[in-house]
Design a protein around this ligand. Structure first.
Ligand code: LMR
Length: 458
């Protein structure tokens, strides 16, 4: 049966030409008026007003306002369009070669060929929570073998870090009656929106100290201690995004102790394991403390950065539960959320990760590659600091080497960042964050000159 077209009812007559008799447009109505949907009908004046303004037929989407470009991905799109020969992309957190090009990891490319040639790779749907045999190798990057064997872990494949966090948000609001999550200030720009969309209000806790461009441990402990039991608290398990500022191991011990006393719900965002030190083991310190604490908590594990699988959208949710029967119930509900959101996860990238992790030679190669990327970032931090100090760029620059992981929070002010982008074509986020993974021997000098110019205001 052919579906009938929706009928649109408009309070004001609409024509394609704007007549002089029409009442003048009221800006506030244009911007904020929303159409009211009633079954198939759209009622309200907003369509008429928009259409009148644009001198065209009304649309049922007239009430949809134009959204701004994404603060990080929008910048990446602008960079691509930019024709300036010396342009530098320090905006998005993605590793780049010395030529400024993406670097698919050789271990990942080998695994990809193995997947392509594997006759069991039949393109069928995988289980809602991912293939069972894929779980142990990814759990082993975070948890001890004893913990894995305990049955207390609920693990589900998810759509990289963002997808994992969004399911965790839905889980908090749907099954734990949790309406508030506390995020470090500052945090990754998408965190706030992800949790809000899931029905969980995001609040901030003190994290960063502007004066030192370092960690505000006392401020964080004080802020955490005032969070009510039952609220969720998000912690970046390593290489904090955007600041590159992490607690020391001694500070982590105190943070985990305090979290345990508060009765809050810990959510660990694990997006950069291996990128801070080059060692998964060393970067897993905070996660091991959580395991040792006996607490229940969530982990969102992303393979975008450490496997370079950015566009494959591969990650996992792990929920550490008090007992195997609880973990079964938790997994069953995660599967409901996944089934309703996207049915089942993508299989190709997950198969690549499995091939790498289950083949000792490939795994060793991957760990070397991870080490290599981390080393390049260390070197670039050193070189950038050296140049800034040798040319006596005003200010102190020790934070460039004190901060760790993919990002450095430069401390540049918004107007300075604007000049970096608009005048010098050095793309970075408005908050002054640069992706050190985008620096290389060929562009670091230019970037240092540009920082010098904007800091001096010349
Ligand atoms: C970033 O912070 O640059 C990355 O996590 C990419 C993204 O999706 O924002």
């Amino acid at each position: 049966m052919m579906q009938s077209q929706p009928q649109y009812v408009s309070a004001a007559p609409v024509s394609t030409s704007v007549s002089a008799e029409r009442r003048p447009l009221d800006e506030s109505r244009v911007r904020y008026a929303q159409p009211v949907y009633k079954g198939d009908y759209v009622i309200g004046e907003s369509r008429a007003v928009y259409a009148q303004q644009a001198n065209r037929e009304p649309s049922m989407f007239d009430g949809v306002p134009q959204a701004p470009p994404d603060a990080i991905l929008g910048l990446a799109a602008r960079f691509k369009e930019d024709k300036f020969p010396q342009k530098v992309n320090l905006g998005i957190g993605a590793y780049r070669t010395e030529e400024g090009k993406p670097w698919p990891l050789p271990s990942v490319l080998t695994a990809q060929m193995m997947v392509a040639e594997d006759p069991t790779e039949d393109k069928e749907y995988v289980p809602i929570d991912g293939k069972p045999e894929h779980k142990k190798p990814v759990q082993q990057l975070i948890f001890s073998d004893a913990e894995i064997a305990s049955g207390n872990l609920a693990t589900a494949q998810a759509m990289s870090g963002t997808g994992s966090l969004s399911l965790i948000g839905q889980f908090l609001s749907s099954y734990m009656n949790c309406t508030t999550i506390h995020l470090p200030d500052p945090t990754w720009g998408n965190h706030n929106a992800i949790f809000k969309r899931a029905g969980v209000e995001a609040k901030k806790y003190t994290y960063y100290q502007k004066e030192t461009r370092g960690f505000d441990f006392d401020g964080m402990m004080d802020a955490l201690s005032r969070i009510p039991a039952g609220d969720a608290v998000l912690l970046h398990s390593v290489a904090q995004n955007p600041t590159g500022v992490d607690p020391s191991q001694e500070q982590w011990v105190q943070i985990v102790n305090l979290i345990g006393q508060l009765g809050v719900i810990p959510v660990l965002d694990n997006a950069y394991q291996g990128y801070a030190s080059g060692s998964l083991e060393q970067d897993g310190f905070a996660q091991r403390l959580f395991e040792e604490s006996g607490l229940e908590y969530f982990v969102a594990q992303s393979f975008a950065k450490n496997f370079g699988l950015y566009g494959e959208r591969i990650g996992y949710i792990h929920v550490r539960c008090a007992s195997p029967d609880i973990s079964k119930a938790v997994l069953s509900q995660l599967k409901i959320l996944i089934r309703q959101a996207y049915s089942s996860p993508p299989r190709h990238g997950a198969a690549i990760v499995y091939k790498v992790l289950s083949n000792p030679d490939l795994k060793a190669q991957w760990l070397d590659e991870l080490q290599f990327m981390a080393q390049r970032i260390f070197q670039m931090r050193d070189v950038l600091r050296q140049i800034l100090e040798s040319q006596q760029t005003p200010g102190t620059w020790n934070h460039v080497t004190d901060q760790i992981g993919m990002f450095s929070y430069t401390g540049l002010a918004t107007e300075q960042v604007e000049r970096m982008v608009e005048e010098f074509h050095v793309y970075m986020t408005k908050d002054g964050r640069i992706s050190v993974a985008g620096l290389n021997p060929g562009n670091v000098d230019y970037v240092a000159q540009c920082i010098d110019a904007v800091v001096r205001g010349v």
